[in-house]
Each structure stands twice: as C-alpha cells, then as structure tokens.
Design a protein. Structure first.
Length: 531
C-alpha cells in the first residue's frame, strides 16, 4: 500500500507509537477532553485540600534556628512588627492610653501567643519619642498563617489609626498578603503569547489551541507541585518559575504541532491523516525537547540544596504536564476543528483562490517520500495533474509571498547585517542586567502605598534603616548562671552595629538570645560584610 493510500485510510500499522496515540485521541476526542478537564479539576481540588505549604528554609540546617526551636518555643514562630508613629510624644498619657487599647485586638487574635508593648521592653521607643513599635508573636511559621488572618490584623491597625497616630503592620506575612506571589503576571504572559500567536497564525482558532493546551498543562503541573511538596518541599517562588517555564514550552510545543497540522491539511491530507503525520514528526520533536528540558531542570539536584531541589522538581513536573497535554489534549482539540485550520487567513491576507497544488509547502523536516505522496494526493484532489507527465502545477507567478517569507528573504540576503543588528538589539535589552543587584527582598522593596512599606519607612525613620535587617544571635549556655555580658559587649563594639536588645535567657536556662541591629539596611552590601 502506498503512503498516499495510507493517508486516505489510516491503519494501525506503520503509524508509530506517537501516531497511534494521536489517532486514539483524535477518534475519542470528547472522552479525551473530558478526561483532561476531570484530571485538572481533581488535581486543583486535591491541591486546595491537601497541598503542602511552601518551604523557605534557605539556610538548611541552621544551628541558630535549632537553638531557638529547642529553647524558645514561643519565639520559634513568626513575628510581625506593629510600627507606631505619633505626632505627640509616645510617653504622653493620652498617646499611651490609645496605644495600649489598640494592642488589645492583636492580643486576642487567632494564633497570636503574645504582644510586646513598647512600654514594657526597653528599646522599643525611639530617641525622639515619636516612633515606637510592638511585636506580635505567633506560635507557628508564617507559611501556616492564612492571608485572612493577616488581613484581619491589618484592618485592626488601620482602624486604630487617626488623630495624629498611625499604626502600620509589617512582616513577611503582611507582604505576602498584600503582594502575593504570581498575581496578574501569568495572565499578562498568556495575553502576550496570544497576541504573538494571533499575528503568527492570523486566526483566532489557531491562536487559541496552543494557549488552551498550555493553560491545562500548567494547571496540572502547579497542582502536582503542591501535592509533591510533602515529599519534595519547594520554596514559595517555585510556582512562579514553574509557570514561567511551563507557559513558554507549552505554547511553543503546541505552536509547533498546530503549524505542522495546518500545513498537512493544506497539502490535501484528511484531518485524521494530518494528526498522525503531525504526531510522527512534530510530536516526536516535542517529546524529545520536553524530556531534554525536564532533564536539564533536574540537573539542579546535583547541587544538593534543598531550595534548588524543590525548584528542579517543580519545573520538571510542569514541563512534563505540558508535554503530556501537547501529545494527548491537543490532538483531541484539533479533531474538533476539522479542516477549518486549512482555510486561508484574512488577517494574513492569504489568497483563497489558489489551486490546492499551489498551497503545497511541506516542511523540510518531512521525509522525501511523505512529501511526494502528499503532493500526489493533493494534485489528484485538485485535478491539476497534467496527463501522463504527472507534473503538479506550481504556485502562480502572481502569488505574493507572505510578509514572513519576504522578511526571511531579506535576512538571507544580508546575513551579516542581520546578525549584527540582532546582536545589538539583544545587548541593549540585556544592558540593565549589568546594574542588577541580587538579594532577598525585604520591606524596603515593597511597593509604595502598601502597609508593609509604611511599616518599614516608619521604623527606618525612628530606628535607622538597619532595623529591617535584624541579626538574631542564639547561644547555648553551659549553665543557667553563665554570663552573657562578654558576648553582648563584643557584638555591641563591632563596627556597623547600631544597637542591641537586652539578652533574653530561655526558661530552662540552657540558651540565650539577643538581636543586633546594623546601621545599614538589608539591601546594602555593607550589611553582608558585617555578618
């Protein structure tokens, strides 16, 4: 049986594993799409109910944190800083009464173990006596404090403000509630991809298929990340990295396959035959490329860092989900389009009156035999074969090439100029990276107008910029009566230290803790030098 006959009546033999998968998904497209919807909805539901919390333990086995967890149980949870700014002196009776009453809702908030008033602990009132702070202590880590709890505390701070007194709550929990990870950026990325695809395809239908496939793959991948977090803990930013990579490869792979399918249709192949051909060619490339990307991301495991392990697993899982969507969901979606993708595009200005033989543009990656058979099949359907010679009519001389083809011709005629010009553009776009400073974010990097930044600004004004970069010193004591004066004195006389809190001894007398505040902020390189 010739290849053209095979295209007219697909057989299970000779189509290959990927071709067979595409054939099955095409013939059972309704079941395939419903199965994907059920799968993604189920994974998202499991994510919401049983998903693991993110793990931002960047330091691994931190001996200082181990001491705090073992001997300062109340201090092992997260803390929030309630910054207080007053026009009148903080010590005035009227202001003291208002601040004391404002702290009551925080003391009774869910999960709060204690609230340290600025009037009970030395050092919590600035020298100018117009700025002070209270510490809100939780019994659990910030990852276990919900956004609703943080929002309620922020509301209490706003409600207590006014008449010359302003309360601003700050801390990682507040920052996450005000500016959650992700946000609208993924939506912007999808819209940008949709616009590019619309320009490339000139068709809303062809544009929508890669986007839908990528969204399904990313949804499944992100859900799996949260569920696998019980085995491979991932940091809170891993979904951002995974969705960024997943969106890129998902749209790219689906674009590749839609393009190949569209060209096969225009070459005269039936929809099912075009699916088989697409899976045998583009599908194989997609599977190879996806496995390569996943293996490359898993290479981060070589670093043996818990932080990078989570990122590697998250990215690899999301890429795997998008590849699975490309080779199963996409063939089913293409089945619903029939031959509509073969129609000329109005946006691209393609001529609709060309004979089918003139539309033959088979990719160079196809085997020579496939190109010959598709041309022969198309010529027979269009009736353009010339008697005994069997020559297929070529493109009309009046046919105008597409803008992309004209641009490609320009680049080919001037390859050196094109290379230099593109290199200049890329270098100009990359120039800002020369001034990029890498560090962990703090509240000084929060958006202006947020309560987190207001808290930082108030504390920096009253206690200096280093207040947002506290250095916690934990020490094990040989006996409850051991002196910590030497430790405190050594730290206090270190250049770059602005102030120290009094030394606190644990209830069991086996450990001590103090906080040193540097003179510089967290983003200042001098702070790293001080540490």
């Amino acid at each position: 049986m010739s290849h053209s006959q095979t295209l007219e009546r697909p057989a299970s033999h000779g189509v290959g594993v990927l071709g067979r998968i595409g054939q099955i998904c095409y013939r059972r497209r309704i079941v395939t799409v419903l199965a994907w919807i059920f799968l993604v909805v189920s994974l998202i539901t499991l994510w919401q109910k049983f998903g693991a919390a993110s793990d931002d333990s960047f330091g691994g086995n931190d001996p200082g944190q181990s001491v705090l967890n073992a001997h300062f149980h109340r201090q092992s949870g997260d803390t929030l800083t309630l910054a207080i700014s007053s026009r009148a002196p903080i010590d005035s009776p009227a202001v003291k009464a208002r601040i004391t009453s404002a702290l009551v809702p925080f003391e009774h908030a869910a999960g709060v173990t204690s609230v340290t008033s600025p009037y009970k602990v030395p050092g919590q009132i600035s020298h100018g006596e117009h700025v002070a702070f209270a510490t809100v202590q939780f019994a659990v880590q910030g990852s276990k404090i919900s956004n609703s709890e943080a929002t309620a505390l922020m509301h209490d701070a706003t409600a207590a403000s006014g008449h010359g007194l302003k309360f601003s709550l700050g801390g990682d929990v507040v920052d996450l509630a005000e500016t959650p990870y992700g946000g609208p950026t993924e939506g912007i990325g999808i819209m940008a991809a949709a616009i590019v695809l619309l320009i490339a395809f000139g068709s809303l239908l062809a544009m929508g298929l890669p986007v839908v496939t990528a969204v399904f793959g990313i949804g499944a991948g992100l859900s799996l990340i949260a569920l696998l977090g019980h085995i491979f803990p991932a940091p809170s930013f891993s979904p951002i990295v995974a969705s960024m990579i997943g969106l890129g490869v998902g749209v790219d792979y689906a674009l590749f396959m839609v393009t190949r399918y569209r060209e096969a249709l225009r070459a005269g192949a039936a929809p099912e035959d075009a699916i088989v051909l697409t899976m045998k060619t583009a599908g194989r490339s997609v599977l190879t490329a996806g496995c390569t990307v996943a293996i490359g991301m898993l290479g981060l495991l070589v670093l043996r860092q818990q932080l990078m392990n989570g990122v590697a697993i998250a990215a690899a899982v999301t890429v795997a989900a998008t590849v699975l969507g490309s080779i199963t969901l996409l063939p089913a979606l293409l089945g619903f389009t029939g031959t509509r993708l073969a129609k000329p595009s109005r946006l691209r200005g393609e001529s609709g009156g060309r004979p089918l033989g003139a539309a033959l543009r088979i990719p160079g990656a196809l085997k020579r035999r496939e190109r010959r058979s598709l041309r022969a099949s198309a010529a027979g359907q269009a009736g353009v074969a010339t008697g005994q010679s069997g020559v297929v009519a070529g493109p009309s001389s009046s046919e105008r090439p597409h803008a992309a083809e004209r641009w490609a011709a320009v680049v080919q005629r001037r390859p050196v100029l094109a290379a230099i010009g593109s290199a200049v553009v890329i270098l100009l776009l990359a120039a800002p990276a020369l001034g990029m400073k890498l560090s962990m974010p703090d509240e000084s990097t929060q958006a202006r107008g947020t309560m987190g930044y207001a808290s930082y600004a108030t504390m920096a004004r009253g206690f200096g910029p280093g207040f947002d970069a506290p250095l916690i010193v934990a020490a094990s004591l040989p006996s409850p009566s051991a002196s910590t004066a030497g430790l405190a004195s050594a730290i206090a006389h270190t250049s770059g230290i602005a102030s120290l809190t009094p030394v606190i001894v644990s209830p069991d007398g086996k450990a001590a803790m103090l906080i040193a505040y540097p003179t510089t902020g967290e983003q200042d390189p001098a702070t790293n030098t001080l540490v």
